[in-house]
Design a protein around this ligand. Structure first.
Ligand SMILES: N[C@@H](CCC(=O)N[C@@H](CS)C(=O)NCC(=O)O)C(=O)O
Length: 207
């Protein structure tokens, strides 16, 4: 059975959601953020650098959200939630899986860290703003004519990319992108997302 090592209010919410979408049996091992919002030291016993999400499955440990989503879908989903690997749609699927944490999250994380510098960070903000708009604008344009990232088919890539739209809202950066906003609201209306929210506990990225 898969164990999801769930840090409250974090990216591991995506993995709970994936498990609910697939209706797979799983257990949750809970970790509570410290007052600094860092993960507690117990998570370092299971993840080499102490981050969330992590899953364990029959003695195997998998970390990095895209790798976890890919692993669970490949090994346990029986072909659901991903395109046929022989098709070009699968190439797009993989691109979105990597794009989330490899590219789109970077300016949003820079916003988080550079904002802590106060005035000292001011010279960096224009570039952070333009890169954020660059990525969110690309996504918004892509979603203008599609229900999901791959068109009509909901996939693990929507789950993986959802955190980008969620964190953009927390930083007040989603409003100029109506198709992105409509897409995340469509995802948040899914019964499995709601069920995962109940299981995961308070999630400040839920808007
Ligand atoms: N790229 C990684 C990011 C992992 C990550 O930074 N997770 C955050 C939670 S959203 C974390 O563990 N933060 C606590 C800490 O850094 O101590 C992934 O997608 O799995």
């Amino acid at each position: 059975m898969i164990t999801v090592h769930h840090l409250n209010d974090s990216r591991s919410q995506r993995i709970l959601w994936l498990m609910e979408e697939l209706g797979l049996p799983y257990e949750i091992k809970r970790y509570q953020r410290l007052p600094t919002r860092l993960a507690p030291p117990e998570l370092a016993a299971i993840h080499p650098v102490g981050k969330s999400p992590v899953i364990t499955d029959n003695g195997r440990t998998v970390y990095e959200s895209a790798a976890i989503i890919d692993y669970v879908i490949r090994r346990h989903a029986g072909g659901r939630l991903q395109p046929d690997p022989a098709t070009p749609a699968y190439d797009d699927y993989m691109m979105w899986m990597h794009y989330a944490e490899g590219s789109a999250m970077l300016p949003l994380l820079l916003h988080l860290y550079v904002s802590r510098l106060g005035e000292a960070g001011a010279p960096l903000h224009p570039r952070i703003e333009s890169e954020t708009a660059n990525h969110l604008g690309y996504l918004d344009g892509h979603l203008r004519s599609r229900s999901f990232l791959l068109g009509d088919m909901f996939t693990g890539a929507d789950i993986q990319m959802s955190f980008v739209a969620e964190i953009a809202e927390v930083y007040g950066k989603r409003a100029p992108f109506p198709s992105l906003d409509a897409w995340i609201k469509r995802l948040h209306a899914r019964p499995a997302w709601k069920k995962a929210l109940e299981k995961g506990g308070p999630y400040r990225f839920a808007n």
